[in-house]
Design a binder for this molecule. Structure first.
Ligand code: LER
Ligand code: MN
Length: 276
């Protein structure tokens, strides 16, 4: 992890920001402004949603980000899943298998730049048959995880709330879903926004499943960036310290209008908590 001469830089946690790659990213002024602001705020990297990763070469994205001193931490699959109607728990076998194939392509993409792959929305949405959806998602993961293991690429299955998906809503359920699969490459991804809805006690869950996550999404209860809602991020960060977590963190959320302004404001709160 790079540590910059910046009072907001965290020497302890590698902090990323989740965003979307614009189609014409090299020329997109707003995107360049955002990346410059992230660099100045001491961020380590970004997680990128890319509409269709086949449209760009991973090495080109990595080089572009390097121009801003940023790493590509994770390829997020949510936008691609929405654009192409992908679901790893699709009841139609052909559609489920197509989703597995597209997921494998994205693993290859991520592997080329040693990024991880986030599976959140790609798990599949709300289903009238949660047990069936879970069985189908498990079948898909059995096809995906060995492929990822061979490429030393971590798969991060995100525990998302019940209004987004009928499977893997809590960390406990997500860990159970991954049971018996390569635990080094099949991780769970906690997200404080989803945990605030689903976990009885998010601090206890983080402690119990400490060994199963390598990254964590920081997002407030109203889906704004940390500090804009009511989640106690001081306690979240302290809990991570207490359990000896030194992995990655990523800010995720919906900006109120001006993303750069909001991320700056969020970092005014977060940076002192992240500094040692
Ligand atoms: C993505 O990181 C996320 O948190 C989900 O809400 C999207 O499926
Ligand atoms: Mn998330």
């Amino acid at each position: 992890m790079q540590v910059r001469n910046n009072p907001m830089a965290s020497p302890r946690f590698a902090l990323s920001f989740q965003t979307t790659l614009p189609d014409d990213f090299p020329k997109d002024a707003a995107f360049r402004l955002l990346l410059g602001a992230l660099r100045d705020l001491g961020f380590w990297g970004v997680e990128l949603n890319i509409g269709d990763p086949r449209d760009c070469r991973p090495q080109d994205i990595r080089s572009f980000l390097a121009g801003f001193g940023l790493e590509l931490s994770m390829l997020a699959t949510g936008l691609t899943a929405k654009r192409f109607g992908l679901s790893l728990s699709d009841p139609e076998e052909d559609a489920r298998q197509k989703s597995v194939d597209r997921c494998r392509e994205m693993i290859d993409w991520a592997a080329a730049v040693r990024a991880g792959l986030i599976i959140g929305f790609l798990k599949g949405g709300v289903s009238p048959d949660p047990a069936g959806a879970r069985t189908r998602l498990r079948k898909s993961l059995e096809q995906i995880v060995p492929f990822a293991s061979e490429r030393s690429t971590p798969i991060l299955v995100e525990a998302t709330n019940r209004y987004e998906s009928s499977v893997a809503n809590t960390l406990e359920e997500t860990v159970a879903l991954l049971e018996g699969l390569d635990a080094v490459h099949a991780c769970v991804l906690p997200d404080t926004f989803h945990m605030n809805i689903e976990e009885a006690d998010m601090f206890e869950s983080l402690t119990r499943h400490r060994a199963r996550f390598i990254s964590l999404h920081l997002s407030d209860n109203n889906r704004r960036f940390p500090g804009f809602g009511s989640i106690d991020f001081r306690r979240v960060i302290q809990q991570l310290r207490d359990i000896g977590y030194t992995g990655r963190l990523a800010i995720e959320g919906n900006p109120g209008g001006d993303v750069v302004k909001d991320v700056r404001q969020s970092m005014l709160r977060l940076a002192p908590l992240l500094a040692t």
